[in-house]
Design a protein around this ligand. Structure first.
Ligand code: PMV
Length: 319
């Protein structure tokens, strides 16, 4: 009995999404897999050599306890949500802006639900996965857990108006060729999100202006995706990167990596996720992608190529 959660890259709108601006993100094939094994409520994460018990002093133990508690509360038609031992494999680096914690939480939730014979719709799964994610990120927008559940390419809006879904699959878009590269430094999303919140307090009007600029660039990116205009989408990546840098969540290394990717032929480049370290992404024509990856790798950055396909709407259905 196993469950899977996808990692993700945010194409446009990270950080602004915390403050109610839509963002566009895509699931990665890499993520996390968890399976139920014999034993009591404990979670072993094989590649990290970590074993946690629900409620122990570690953040993972607290997250595991929060997820189990949220499952208990979300009783479904008298079906009992049991506690089990799990073994998990995470195939993404942590603190890299690729949503590893959300992927792990979703994998754990799905493995538990599968063995208990529980089928949950997107909104209910999202609420439970968020209980886990809050332990790590303080004030998560929910985009990581939403994409961990859905995979595919989608637009996400925190607290949508009544009747509108938070996650809207983007179907029919052109396949996107990306390079994902690690700056070599970990990034703390909790810290960068808190840093952006301080800017809001310090100068609310300037903050609102930047949010409006993010809103515009996300809308332009969505339109570019619909037209299949990769050049325009790349320009949106660049614009998003300068807005994020203006909020202080980029680093000199991430800036240099974006410049390097552009010199090697990328159509656009930006940090992805929380920043302050972690990863950047570059959009390229399929024929240029290997060159962009090699340029980043030659500077000592771990880099991989990935292809973003259309959304898988069956995974984002609401009840
Ligand atoms: O660093 P990650 O992969 O957790 O991505 C965080 C994305 C933010 O927009 C910065 C925060 C959020 O909760 O949306």
């Amino acid at each position: 009995m196993s469950g899977h959660g996808s990692g993700k890259v945010i194409l446009l709108g990270e950080h602004a999404v915390v403050h109610g601006v839509p963002a566009i993100a895509a699931g990665l094939e890499a993520g996390a897999v968890a399976r139920v094994v014999d034993g009591e409520a404990e979670l072993r994460i094989a590649p990290w050599g970590v074993l946690v018990r629900a409620g122990d002093a570690s953040p993972l133990g607290a997250a595991f306890a929060a997820l189990l508690e949220a499952r208990r509360r979300d009783a479904i038609d008298g079906v009992r949500a049991n506690e089990h031992a799990l073994e998990a494999h995470v195939t993404l680096p942590g603190s890299a802006g690729l949503g590893s914690s959300a992927a792990l939480g979703v994998a754990v939730l799905r493995a538990l639900d599968e063995i208990d014979g529980i089928s949950r719709d997107f909104d209910r799964s999202q609420a439970i996965a968020l209980a886990w994610e809050r332990v790590f990120h303080g004030n998560p927008s929910g985009i990581d857990t939403a994409l961990a559940l859905s995979g595919g390419l989608a637009r996400y809006l925190r607290n949508p108006p009544p009747g509108e879904p938070a996650l809207r699959p983007i179907t029919g878009a052109r396949t996107l060729s990306l390079v994902v590269a690690h700056s070599g430094a970990p990034g703390s999303t909790k810290e960068t999100v808190a840093g952006v919140a301080l800017r809001k307090t310090a100068d609310p009007q300037a903050f609102e202006r930047t949010l409006a600029a993010f809103r515009e660039v996300v809308a332009m990116g969505e339109a570019a995706l619909a037209r299949g205009d990769l050049g325009a989408l790349g320009a949106c990546f660049d614009r998003c990167q300068s807005l994020l840098a203006g909020w202080g969540v980029s680093t000199p290394t991430l800036d240099a990596m974006c410049a390097c990717a552009k010199e090697a032929g990328a159509l656009g480049a930006k940090l992805t996720g929380g920043g302050g370290g972690g990863c950047m992404i570059a959009l390229a024509e399929a024929s240029d992608r290997a060159r962009v990856r090699e340029a980043l790798a030659s500077r000592g950055h771990e880099a991989f190529e990935t292809t973003i396909g259309p959304a898988r709407p069956e995974n984002t259905e609401r009840a």
